[in-house]
Design a protein. Structure first.
Length: 377
């Protein structure tokens, strides 16, 4: 990759060579300039300088990629090459997501905040040859900064309108030189709401984010590399915007109840990698738990008539094994793998019919309508 600069004194244009970008997701090993697959690679400098904080921000930096939301802004939906995901919690994703070789296959727990990131790769088209949890639309492969012998620390702060701010920091280094290392990183962010609840005098759609990740890495010798990764997210959000688009001011609402949408998730993964001159193999075992508690004003009025709730839960275990040959000069290159996943989704949703006139004699008590669905497989 190169670009022309100003003309030098001798009349010849100078050429500045940019450093090569290595595609870590290319299982046979390649630089971005030489990889035959359609992809976009973002490095740490571009991520930081562009203000990229979450997977939603990738839309502006990768062709054929669109990231939207479904039923709130904590459940992103990805579209690559026109293959779009539905707005429901159940179903299979059209785009795969990997973070440090850990697959995120459901459509609920993929709200990844991009802090302490080494590279982000957006691969367009099916990637089933290289990833067990690949999807037909494509794949987003995120690699965080890995701990090593060198001590490293970094912190960032940002402030914007609607009193939004974020603080993220990371530190890593050796516990035992050449053997055991650690990495600790996290982010905290808040934003005031931009809707006005004129009935209660509040800004109901506020957002609060807390996300963290801990990694222990162990390298007992030249060929083996083990990692234990634990991560978690805690979201405390308010009103999920639902307004009358024909209203004179679509950002003004009247609700007797602001509502909330609370989301908690955590992931635990163990990764073992073996590498030598002729081949490389990696095995990843993952457990994921995701829960959400949503309560909203469903009558869209200042009267206590109806509230809606949903409390979905998801638990998933997965096991993936990938191995491939190494060496560009070898006449035969090969790759193989195995992927297993067991996922349970339990949804509990419904509505509460309230009493606008209060608890009066002869008035029936509140009615709770409840629906439960469970998916396993």
């Amino acid at each position: 990759m190169a670009r022309t600069q100003d003309v030098a004194d001798g009349g010849e244009p100078t050429i500045q060579e940019l450093p090569p970008i290595v595609v870590t997701g290319e299982e046979v090993g390649a630089e971005a300039q030489e990889s035959p697959r359609p992809l976009t690679v973002l490095g740490p400098g571009q991520i930081r300088n562009s203000g990229i904080q979450s997977v939603r921000d990738l839309t502006a930096h990768a062709p054929n990629l669109t990231v939207g939301d479904a039923n709130g802004d904590r459940t992103p939906r990805f579209t690559i090459r026109g293959l779009r995901e539905n707005n429901f919690a159940a179903g299979e994703s059209a785009v795969g997501l990997y973070i440090d070789d850990v697959p995120y296959t459901d459509m609920n727990s993929r709200d990844a905040w991009l802090y302490d990131i080494a590279t982000v790769e957006i691969l367009r088209g099916p990637q089933g040859t290289f990833y067990g949890a690949a999807r037909p639309g494509g794949l987003i492969n995120i690699t965080t900064r890995q701990p090593a012998n060198r001590w490293r620390g970094e912190g960032n702060a940002a402030y914007g309108n609607y009193n939004s701010y974020s603080l993220d920091a990371g530190v890593s280094g050796p516990i035992v030189k050449d053997r055991l290392y650690f990495n600790l990183a996290g982010i905290y962010a808040e934003r005031d709401g931009y809707f006005d609840n004129t009935f209660l005098g509040t800004n109901p759609d506020d957002r609060q984010t807390l996300s963290g990740r801990v990694q222990l890495r162990y390298t007992p010798g030249e060929h083996w590399d083990f990692a234990l990764i634990a991560s978690g997210n805690r979201y405390r959000d308010g009103y999920i915007p639902a307004v009358d688009v024909t209203a004179e001011d679509p950002f003004a609402v009247q609700r007797d109840f602001d509502g909330h949408a609370n989301t908690d998730s955590y992931n635990l993964a163990f990764k073992a990698a073996y590498e030598q001159e002729s081949f490389r193999g990696v095995a990843v075992t993952t457990y994921r738990d995701w829960r959400q508690d949503v309560l909203q004003d469903f009558d869209f009025s200042p009267f206590p008539i109806r509230q809606g709730f949903t409390k979905p839960e998801l638990q998933q275990i997965s096991q993936e094994l990938r191995f491939h040959s190494r060496g560009d000069d070898r006449p035969i290159k090969w790759t193989g793998g195995f992927y297993f996943s067991d996922r349970t989704f339990d949804g509990n949703s419904g509505s509460i019919e309230l009493q606008p006139l209060g608890n009066l004699p002869g008035v029936p008590p509140p009615i709770i309508n409840r629906t439960r669905h469970e998916l396993t497989g």
